[in-house]
Design a protein around this ligand. Structure first.
Ligand SMILES: Cc1cc2nc3c(=O)[nH]c(=O)nc-3n(C[C@H](O)[C@H](O)[C@H](O)COP(=O)(O)OP(=O)(O)OC[C@H]3O[C@@H](n4cnc5c(N)ncnc54)[C@H](O)[C@@H]3O)c2cc1C
Length: 197
């Protein structure tokens, strides 16, 4: 959803395909460093201490460049979500100061932003986000499953998809690119090797 919105903002024609009948639940607590909600609450997090703690927790079996990308850019994403999806619907993010540390093995950092209206309960924003996509012109196609990526050389130029309701396959040409956000694809060796799900 975020990738589709970002591509649309940059002027692309965007088709979002989702194999399920709806977008389902969107998660609530979202982590960041230095979001506007965190600034309002005076929440301060040392980025380098956080990266070091996360890397140490993983016994340094991780790519710290990814962690640094996240600490440096997560606030922008959370702020976008607050400004474009929550605020127009009377909600906002609340900085959660309780890092919920349950073990002495690692240090907790108060990175969580919780969507709220009354600062006490969570609010669900999935429907608001779907409405935003529709209003900005993202073509949302449900019950549509990615079946196969189309490649020219090493470049992905489109996809074969299946309309599950009609039991029909069709091709989408995507000259500007295909973003795969199917959850956990990096563990799907077949997809990575052959471009096939
Ligand atoms: C119960 C629970 C609570 C959680 N709470 C939080 C929380 O509060 N905060 C937090 O930050 N994280 C939370 N998480 C983790 C978070 O939900 C995931 O890390 C996140 O959703 C992963 O995002 P994603 O976009 O990579 O994948 P997903 O959210 O899994 O999205 C992938 C989408 O791709 C679709 N898809 C898959 N294959 C295909 C295909 N072939 N064709 C078309 N569509 C396809 C799926 O139907 C799905 O809608 C929670 C997870 C669970 C299970």
């Amino acid at each position: 959803m975020m990738a589709a919105a970002a591509a649309k903002e940059k002027g692309a024609d965007v088709i979002l395909i989702e194999k399920e009948k709806t977008i389902n639940l969107m998660r609530v607590g979202i982590a960041s460093v230095g979001s506007n909600a965190q600034k309002r609450a005076g929440t301060q997090i040392n980025k380098r201490d956080l990266v070091e703690s996360l890397a140490a927790f993983a016994q340094h079996n991780c790519d710290e460049r990814l962690l640094n990308t996240w600490v440096d850019n997560s606030a922008e994403s959370v702020n976008w979500l607050e400004d474009h999806i929550l605020k127009p619907n009377g909600a906002h993010f609340r900085s959660e100061p309780d890092a919920m540390v349950t073990s002495k093995a690692y240090q907790g950092f108060p990175t969580e932003n919780d969507p709220a209206i009354d600062d006490q309960s969570f609010v669900s924003y999935g429907d608001w986000f779907v409405k935003y996509q529709e209003e900005t012109g993202v073509d949302m196609r449900y019950q549509t499953s990615l079946v196969k990526l189309i490649k020219e050389g090493d470049t992905v130029t489109g996809a074969i998809v299946k309309d599950l309701a009609k039991d029909e396959f069709y091709q989408i040409d995507a000259s500007k690119g295909v973003i795969i956000a199917t959850g956990g694809y990096s563990a799907n060796k077949k997809l990575l090797e052959n471009g096939i799900l």
